[in-house]
Ligand binder design. Structure first.
Ligand SMILES: [Zn+2]
Length: 160
């Protein structure tokens, strides 16, 4: 059994079979595979730093993530539910101290406007578990001109 299928089935067991029958093939029902957990469940699964960022919309200190220097080919997945969020081809050196990407994997990154600072920012998160990832700014490189400024603790790198 591959790890993702196992994860989905485990999630279904936690969330109750009514939301995702364990017999359903993984990804068969686009948009109905939400990962929903209680705060206590997330606290048990995640590290303190991951919980702070993913579930509390916190921001890690700049230049603290080893993923800043990750240059291998691969995929960056959500640290909460392992949904692939970014491809290594879209990673670039922004100089900000956070892993940065010019595009998310289509359909897997959701956004909302965040008013925590005086200037509204666009927050983005994992579409499946809702885990906060970072903010997207319109000052990135071509071809999109977008800069997804990601917290390193909120993602995990899977080498190709
Ligand atoms: Zn997720």
């Amino acid at each position: 059994m591959n790890r993702r299928l196992f994860l989905l089935q485990g999630t279904a067991a936690l969330a109750g079979a009514a939301t995702l029958p364990v017999t359903a093939p993984a990804f068969a029902q686009e948009g109905t595979d939400k990962v929903v957990k209680t705060e206590a469940e997330w606290r048990k699964q995640l590290t303190k730093e991951q919980f702070y960022v993913l579930r509390g919309e916190g921001t890690e200190r700049a230049f603290t993530s080893p993923l800043n220097n990750e240059k291998r080919k691969g995929t960056y997945v959500c640290a909460g539910c392992e949904l692939p969020l970014f491809k290594s081809e879209t990673k670039f050196e922004s100089g900000t101290g956070w892993p940065s990407f010019y595009a998310g994997i289509p359909g897997n990154v959701g956004t909302k406007v965040d008013y925590k600072l005086i200037v509204p920012r666009t927050e983005y998160h994992c579409r499946r578990c809702g885990g906060h990832q970072g903010h997207v700014f319109p000052d990135g490189p071509p071809p999109t001109g977008q800069r997804y400024c990601n917290n390193g603790v909120a993602i995990m790198f899977v080498a190709a």
